[in-house]
Design a protein around this ligand. Structure first.
Ligand code: B12
Ligand code: SF4
Ligand code: SF4
Length: 378
């Protein structure tokens, strides 16, 4: 009976679009000490919620005391590859693959709920359950690995031996004993170190240990303040997240396109022109990225990222747009615009910086302007 229900859950999950499904018992996390140490080392940066999650991550029963099983699910978001001539063109920005389409939280939560409804009907019993996708206090990759979905690679992502790592993970905690995965995950990183070598900011300190404070994904999505000046050049034209340590992973050469239409790229999300994005107002941003993961940066963070990419592009054609940005109401935008003008250099950029220096009152922005002028004159 148990195995029949487990099998039905697998089948229904696949029908709902979850390519990978596995079930593990609700036991204590085996890696919680590594997580604690990671927090103690400061690798979470300013993601304070990860500290608050520590006690909750010790065991799924802290989230739902009746939990007996963790159903781990993965949904593929690989779609197309962007045209290389545009992704490598510094006048265009790159958005990471997971954010090209609709917000996966909404898409997946809805499917998890459908799966729970199905299990409740099929099991014909009163069940307790909770669903999580990304934002919950659960070590998703550990439970996915235990459930047999793949192994945790040196780039810290969960990799499936057949189809790679372009997956969103999610879980259902359920008060039901089911048939558990007993197979160890197939595949491994072996002696490969491609992701560690390819990371532009050396954020993967050692296999499986990532310092978020250096990771471009953190810097362009999670960080709400100024991006540290020394890291800006390494960001290149990445304006939202980073996929480099997955792009170089040999296991991703086997990726197959997702069957979920919601994860296919929205118009303009593949490799947008940086100068077009500079013209986006606060309300344009809200409209354009409604229901998209990109809204997480908010308008201010997104504009900051675009300005960094423009500084890395270094083209004088961007000076008029930066002249507007250096008088923006937001000090963070003014500071980054000053940096970008410094990278571009030349007479017009210098003039814009000198003009703003006369009017600027925020100490951090004054420092950015002075540093930019210094950079130009050297
Ligand atoms: C915080 C967070 C981030 C942070 C920190 C990332 C990190 N590597 O920890 C930042 C903002 C940098 C980030 C970036 C990205 N993220 Co993120 N992130 C999370 C989140 C919310 C928590 C992760 C966490 O707790 N990190 C702390 C570390 C210590 O935990 P951990 O990496 O899970 O590590 C555990 C194991 O690896 C194990 N472990 C540690 N050392 C070792 C050593 C060995 C040998 C082994 C076997 C295991 C092991 O112990 C750790 C603690 O349990 C999860 C969702 C979730 N609730 O889990 C999504 C999640 C990990 N992110 C995801 C994605 C897609 C991304 C990005 C690709 C987005 C992008 N394109 O920009 C990048 C990838 C960057 C990278 N190389 O990891 C997916 C990953 C899917 C997958 N296939 O693995 C998740 C699961 C969200 C989801 N539901 O799909 N993310
Ligand atoms: S996402 Fe980018 S910056 Fe972060 S670890 Fe991977 S390659 Fe490095
Ligand atoms: S690039 Fe190599 S080392 Fe890195 S995750 Fe992929 S297989 Fe593992």
């Amino acid at each position: 009976m148990k195995s029949t229900l487990t099998q039905k859950i697998h089948t229904r999950s696949n029908e709902l679009g979850f390519e990978l499904v596995g079930i593990s018992p609700a036991k204590d996390s085996e890696t919680i000490d590594l997580y604690r140490k990671w927090l103690e080392n400061g690798y979470a940066g300013k993601m304070e919620y990860l500290k608050r999650h520590l006690p909750l991550k010790e065991n799924p029963r802290t989230l739902l005391k009746e939990t007996k099983s963790v159903i781990s699910l993965a949904m593929n978001y690989y779609s197309v590859d962007p045209p290389t001539d545009l992704s490598e063109d510094p006048s265009h920005g790159q958005i990471s693959r997971y954010a090209w389409g609709d917000d996966y939280h909404d898409v997946i939560r809805d499917k998890l709920q459908q799966l729970v409804d199905y299990i409740k009907t099929t099991a014909e019993s009163e069940l307790q359950s909770r669903v999580f996708v990304d934002s919950g206090p659960i070590l998703e990759r550990e439970y996915a690995q235990n459930s047999g979905l793949g192994w945790i690679g040196k780039n810290t992502n969960l990799i499936n031996w057949q189809t790679g790592s372009w997956y969103f993970l999610s879980e259902i905690l359920i008060s039901l004993e089911l048939e558990y995965n007993t197979e160890p995950a197939r595949g491994s990183c072996g002696t490969c170190t491609k992701c560690i070598e390819a990371c532009p900011t050396d954020a993967i300190l050692e296999p499986n240990v990532l310092d978020s404070r250096l990771c471009i994904s953190y810097l362009t999505i999670e960080l709400k303040d100024s991006i540290p000046k020394e890291l800006r050049p390494q960001i290149g034209n990445l304006i939202f997240g980073c996929d480099i340590c997955q792009e170089v992973c040999p296991w991703n050469s086997k990726a197959v396109p997702t069957s979920e239409p919601a994860f296919h790229p929205r118009k303009d999300n593949l490799v947008p022109e940086l100068l077009t994005l500079m013209g986006i107002t606060h309300s344009d941003f809200s409209k354009k990225y409604k229901g998209s993961p990109i809204k997480r940066t908010k308008w201010k963070g997104f504009l900051r990222n675009v300005i960094v990419a423009i500084g890395n592009w270094g083209s004088p054609t961007a000076v008029p747009a930066l002249k507007k940005a250096i008088i923006n109401d937001e000090p963070m935008i003014r500071g980054h615009a000053a940096w970008a003008l410094g990278q571009i250099g030349g007479k017009n950029a210098t003039k814009a910086l000198e003009n703003q220096l006369e009017n600027e009152i925020v100490p951090e922005v004054i420092t950015e302007i002075q540093d930019a002028l210094h950079f130009i004159s050297n």
